[in-house]
Design a protein around this ligand. Structure first.
Ligand SMILES: [Fe+2]
Length: 197
């Protein structure tokens, strides 16, 4: 029998160089990280996989937390002050959105604590740290426009956070993706009500 070469069988196939190098790459866990996970129990769910990113992820989540509370307050203000034709249905939607943003805020606060951080709910700095504005406007279409702008800003910030976090923290990324999907539904609903300028 002819002796086999040292080159892996897949590398000798005719699928091309890129495919061959993909086959050669091995998926191997980091045993040092696994070993470190056995100790450092005071870190709770935070294992060495987080590397240097934990603090920055907590910072991003705290800014998102501030954004969600500002959005919840803006929607509540608009819910109670909306008047005019079609205001009842739209005001009802504002309250539904307000409650959704408050739930998002709680999810973010819970995740910040899981990561070993502290949720920053300091009312003196909430609006400065929020990506979106409070916008205490009085007219119904202005409310819809302000809320749609806020949703679009939140969608963009959330999308950027998902991209930044990537595989560094899959649990946080999944949470942000679920919030992102709901913010996109909010934006679509607002856009349907908005009268073109
Ligand atoms: Fe929203």
């Amino acid at each position: 029998m002819k002796p086999s070469s040292a080159v892996p069988r897949a590398s000798r196939s005719h699928h091309g160089g890129a495919a061959a190098s993909a086959v050669r790459e091995r998926l191997a866990l980091d045993p040092a990280g696994i070993e470190a996970a056995r100790s450092d129990l005071h870190d709770g769910a935070v294992t060495p996989h987080f590397g240097p990113w934990r603090e920055e992820i907590i910072g991003l989540l705290n800014d998102a937390l501030a954004t969600q509370w500002i959005c919840a307050m803006r929607y509540r203000r608009h819910h109670f002050t909306a008047t005019g034709l079609g205001a009842a249905a739209i005001a009802g939607a504002f309250l539904v959105h307000a409650d959704a943003e408050a739930r998002h805020a709680d999810q973010l606060a819970r995740r910040i604590v899981e990561l070993g951080g502290e949720p920053d709910l300091n009312p003196d700095t909430l609006s400065q740290r929020s990506h979106a504005s409070y916008s205490p406007v009085r007219e119904l279409q202005a409310m819809l426009r302000a809320n749609l702008i806020a949703e679009r800003v939140t969608i963009e910030a959330c999308s950027q956070m998902v991209a930044l976090i990537g595989s560094k923290d899959p649990t946080t990324r999944c949470l942000l993706e679920s919030i992102l999907a709901q913010e996109q539904r909010h934006a679509r609903a607002l856009a349907d009500w908005l009268v073109p300028a």
